[in-house]
Design a protein around this ligand. Sequence first.
Ligand code: PMP
Length: 296
Amino acid sequence: MAEQRTFDDRDGWIWFDGKLVPWREANVHVLTHAMHYASSVFEGQRAYNGEIFKLNEHSQRLHKSAQILGFEIPWSVAEISAACKEVLKANKLVDAYMRPVAWRGSEAMGVSAQGTKPHLAIAAWEWGKYFDPKLAEKGIRLDIARYRRPAPYTAPVHSKAAGLYMIATLSRQQAESRGYEDALMFDWRGQVAEATGANAFFVRDGELHTPTPDCFLDGITRRTIMDLARKRGVEVVERDIWPDELESFEQMFLTGSAAEVTFVGSAGPWNFEVGDLSRQLAKDYDDTVNGRIPNA
Ligand code: PMP
């Protein structure tokens, strides 16, 4: 395999403020507002066999994320979706990860952000599994994050905003340095929240339990899995989950556009098995994203 290049040094095309530019020319200035004040929002989505899964939902969420941070992306949801398709085609990709990102530019400086303009870029590249498939098969190991998901009154928690990933990066780095694959984050109250870039599900007595997303992202994959489970007649319970309950769950998995369905073997001191329902839902998800109808 060819040596992997850095992310600013690749062949291909990136959609940048309305047109496709050569990959290496998709640059911003060091005085970009987003780089200093985290005024940036993004999406992570995957294409399977040339089709971007839940594209409209992702484009809608990007628009909403920017609005929550107080800026309006000057392209409509439909235009963003069309641009995503254009990027996939221009790069001749069929299975890919895609990263739309919108930010406040370098037209002005300062906390107030007055005078800055919104920008939008969309990149796509081949990206395999989010976690090492060999580890994921048995269930990845989660550390317990030192940081907690913030309260809705301390941060714009429903925006997929770059700033909210500061604690996610720190938590994942700590986890990896201690030999784990990822970390489970609790929230400001101490309730179970999610992983650093994926939502969490638990199985007990054939039921699916997942925390209420009142201070973290209500993932598009999360909602897909809840629908798939209900189609199988599985009871899906969305509620407050406290850590002292973790011991009673038999299975755990994560969901996300990048992580897809990832089995969890342990989270801190709590152990889980990779069970039938987790496997079934992983397969149903795989069928769905690949345009197949999950069979009974
Ligand atoms: N939580 C966080 C913090 C994430 O970064 C992601 C990935 N976007 C998710 C949850 C899952 O969201 P989705 O299923 O929409 O990708």
